[in-house]
Design a protein around this ligand. Structure first.
Ligand SMILES: C[S@@+](CC[C@H](N)C(=O)[O-])C[C@H]1O[C@@H](n2cnc3c(N)ncnc32)[C@H](O)[C@@H]1O
Length: 319
């Protein structure tokens, strides 16, 4: 997956003239903070260089994860045509760009962000979008979300920077600000999945319908040390490669998400929750089914249309 052309151009313009060695150092520092889930009261994106390292090294991957999550929502809610997005911890505006790419109906965005440096970067990038954007300086650990309801509410890669109490409090507020669909995305790690499970339980308790990725609203059948997650291949631009000191022109972003709504989506039989293994005349898939069970299924030519579908299917697709 690649960034939309206008966003790519905006990123390139903002990075032009910044020494790659500086970006690389800042990106390495950022990754160490993210990996260790440091919560020391400081924003990871606390200065201009950190914000630029984020758009060079992380934005392509978080964009891909958010865009893929939204696609799975669109598949089960073909009627959904959001006008307004409310996004918390918006960073450079990742969810704004991903949602306007997914739904051309989107015409306004309200973006809450605590770090001034990434907000400035996001504001600059958003000059290229046709969506009417309002940014609010907002610390989700201190300020209450007060806004008119939006039909799409997003929270991407933010919970891992908050304590559980802060995170769940934020999810509760966001659900109150949501008139239709809410999507929460996290890194595809065991810890990210555990956080998503807590969000899922909270939203179910509030009467939400689960849209994706689960094929049901029953208890999650996956048991630790296994965990549910998906993956998207992300194209690395030259500056992305140089910033990360990487040779390979792509990387795989692992992510997990939950999408819930005040309205039910189209039912699906099952979601493929691991990479399918294809052999001659057969394909083996790990499924999360609408009965709330996880299972391994061997689908063969004898299964006719189901085999044709499964042979083309990828990790994250539904059957
Ligand atoms: C990993 S970035 C994700 C940005 C964007 N959502 C994305 O998916 O690319 C996390 C964002 O949450 C913001 N953030 C973290 N703690 C926050 C807080 N207490 N209040 C507001 N924003 C916060 C950070 O400044 C950062 O922009």
């Amino acid at each position: 997956m690649e960034l939309p052309a206008l966003l790519r151009q905006g990123v390139d313009a903002l990075l032009s003239g910044v020494p790659v060695s500086d970006l690389s150092r800042a990106s390495d520092y950022l990754s160490r903070r993210y990996r260790a889930e440091v919560r020391d009261g400081k924003f990871h994106l606390s200065d201009e260089l950190a914000a630029k390292a984020y758009i060079a090294a992380r934005l392509p991957a978080t964009y891909a994860a958010v865009r893929a999550s939204l696609e799975m929502v669109a598949e089960v809610r073909p009627d959904f045509a959001p006008r307004k997005i409310l996004d918390a911890g918006a960073g450079p505006g990742t969810a704004l760009w991903a949602s306007s790419d997914c739904w051309s109906s989107l015409d306004s965005a309200l973006l809450f962000e605590g770090s001034a440096s990434i907000r400035q970067v996001g504001e600059k990038l958003a000059e290229a979008t046709a969506v009417q954007v309002e940014w609010r300086e907002h610390d989700v650990t201190k300020d209450k979300i007060s806004a008119e309801k939006a039909d799409l509410v997003t929270l991407a890669y933010v919970l891992d920077e908050l304590s559980e109490t802060q995170g769940m409090g934020l999810v509760e507020q966001l659900w109150q600000s949501c008139s239709d669909v809410m999507v929460v995305v996290e890194p595809g790690t065991p810890a990210g999945w555990e956080r998503i499970l807590k969000v899922r339980s909270l939203l179910l308790e509030r009467g939400a319908h689960i849209l994706a990725p689960c094929a049901h609203g029953l208890a999650c059948p996956i048991k630790s040390p296994d965990w549910c997650h998906f993956s998207r291949r992300v194209a690395r631009s030259r500056i992305h490669r140089l910033t990360k000191l990487a040779e390979v022109p792509w990387e795989d972003e692992k992510f997990i998400f939950i999408a819930a709504s005040r309205q039910a989506g189209l039912p699906i039989e099952a979601r493929i929750i691991a990479p399918p293994k294809a052999g001659s005349g057969k394909v083996s898939v790990k499924l999360c089914g609408c009965d709330g069970a996880a299972s391994e299924a061997l689908i063969t030519k004898r299964d006719g249309d189901l085999f044709k579908k499964a042979r083309r299917a990828e990790w994250g697709d539904y059957l």
